[in-house]
Write a protein that binds this ligand. Structure first.
Ligand code: G6P
Length: 472
């Protein structure tokens, strides 16, 4: 019974699709745990090791499922072994192919959605998946506990959990943008209503910027008759300066800096070439292809920069079960190769493309970058824009899309671009490359201060406090 378990349950719970740890089965059959970093992990550790907080997440691969079966796990983490086909429908089919596309406004001809019988079947899995989370949370939560549900994978959980456990204080936090009403209404009416009802089951909804919070409020007003008793708040997740600065000076990062310096090389006058850096998941919303086209435009318009600049583009694989992501990765590779074959010389590779995820190499590139290109067509926040200025060695100019959530906080000291405008982005790259050292350093300092205004631990605690005092 929930009430008996509730007496000894967790006082604070987090729920998300991807958890803080993942497992892989080694050749000898042993299980190897890999701990992820990131805001929520440090946020949870900030409430103290003895607080009894619990993180409910999904088993994501064979290794995770095996760990659940063997009863292996970390203290404070409960992985749900949701059947693989249900998870795939919910995660690939609904969350990443429909809700992600709606909130990032990625549908365009001929990619517009077709809400057919297959969609309805997948939607039923999304409901099952959300219910599995709601039931696990209901079972694990202490009387009056605070539960913070994360992201678009779990929009139905707050409403479902409210019915199971009216005593709980329920929050939901969106790490994505929220679609404006004219776009959100693309969803079938009953599905749109269900998503809003699910979200409005929370006491409080958190968003990364006012823009996304306002869009949600507009959708609730237009399609659900208002917010009801649900409060809406904004918490602009910042970079984790302590972690990043320490990690960026470890030996493996230094090694990768040496390797990158060799790839960047020196220009005709013998001085090191300038580095324009980007680091992304290979994700349609990140706008990597237009970024490459802007760089090509720069080389077209300003031959004086040929041989003197290198574009380090790190495009890490993401959601490769989806054909549209695989195709996008192929496009990125093709455009990079086109630029290299058109402009490259025996001693100069204009675009250095790395496709294998390597956090140490990302940090090395952050430290070396002269210019960081962050040009998403729409992005909840974009933490790369916040991380680069924090670890940059000599100062780095940030070319930033006005459609990234981070723009709200960083606009003063970044060079803003319309992400669709390749010519303007090329101009911004040139201004960035020619900025005086002093101005670049000053701007980087101010960007770093703005980027760390709300560190992850504080970001999480703010949400808890906003939900009300913790139970005694
Ligand atoms: C975005 C989402 C997160 C998600 C991440 C990586 O930042 O807001 O919820 O975890 O992308 O995507 P993935 O599908 O690999 O979890």
């Amino acid at each position: 019974m929930a009430s008996t378990q509730a007496a000894q349950g967790a006082p604070v719970l987090v729920a998300s699709n991807r958890g803080p740890v993942s497992y892989e089965v080694r050749e000898d059959g042993s299980l190897h745990a890999r701990r992820g970093g990131g805001g929520l992990v440090s946020g949870l550790s900030a409430i103290g090791p003895d607080a009894g907080a619990l993180w409910v997440c999904s088993a994501l691969g064979d290794g995770d499922r095996e760990a659940v079966r063997r009863g292996v796990g970390e203290a404070g983490v409960r992985m749900l072994d949701i059947p693989a086909d249900v998870h795939s429908d919910a995660y690939n089919g609904i969350a990443n192919s429909v809700l992600w596309f709606v909130h990032h406004m990625l549908y365009q001809t001929p990619l517009e959605p077709v809400f057919d019988a297959e969609f309805r079947r997948q939607w039923a899995s999304y409901e099952t998946y959300n219910r599995a989370f709601a039931e696990a949370l209901a079972q694990e939560a202490a009387e009056g506990a605070a539960v913070v549900v994360q992201d678009y994978h779990l929009t139905l959980v707050p409403g479902m959990l409210r019915e199971l456990r009216p005593d709980l204080r329920i929050g939901h936090f969106s790490h994505t943008p929220w679609a404006p009403p004219e776009y959100f209404r693309m969803l079938p009416d009953d599905i749109a209503a269900q998503v809003l009802r699910g979200m409005l089951g929370a006491d409080r909804l958190g968003f990364l910027t006012h823009r996304w919070a306002d869009a949600f409020t507009a959708c609730a007003t237009e399609f659900a008759g208002g917010l009801g008793g649900t409060r809406v708040g904004v918490h602009g997740l910042g970079a984790d300066a302590d972690f990043l600065r320490k990690r960026a000076h470890e030996a493996d990062v230094e090694e990768r800096m040496a390797a990158l310096r060799a790839e960047i090389g020196a220009g005709p006058d013998g001085s090191p070439r300038r580095a324009v850096v980007r680091v992304d998941r290979t994700e349609l919303s990140k706008n990597i292809v237009r970024g490459l086209l802007a760089y090509r435009q720069l080389l077209d318009d300003h031959p004086e920069w040929r041989e003197r600049v290198v574009h380090l583009a790190f495009a890490y694989p993401s959601r490769q079960d989806l054909a549209v992501y695989r195709d996008y990765m192929a496009d990125v590779r093709r455009v990079a190769e086109e630029i290299n074959s058109r402009y490259g010389t025996p001693g100069w590779t204009p675009v250095v493309l790395h496709l294998k995820d390597d956090f140490a190499r990302s940090l090395a590139a952050y430290r070396l970058a002269d210019v960081a290109l962050v040009n998403p067509i729409r992005d909840g926040m974009n933490l790369v824009a916040k991380e680069v200025p924090v670890v940059s060695d000599e100062g780095c100019v940030l070319v930033l899309s006005r459609e990234a959530g981070a723009y709200e906080e960083l606009r003063e000291d970044a060079i803003a671009v319309n992400p669709y405008d390749v010519v303007e982005t090329a101009r911004a790259l040139r201004s960035a490359l020619t900025m005086q050292d002093g101005e670049r350093a000053e701007r980087t300092k101010r960007l770093a201060a703005a980027a760390t205004a709300l560190p992850p631990a504080q970001w999480f605690l703010e949400q808890l406090h906003a939900l009300g005092d913790q139970p005694s």
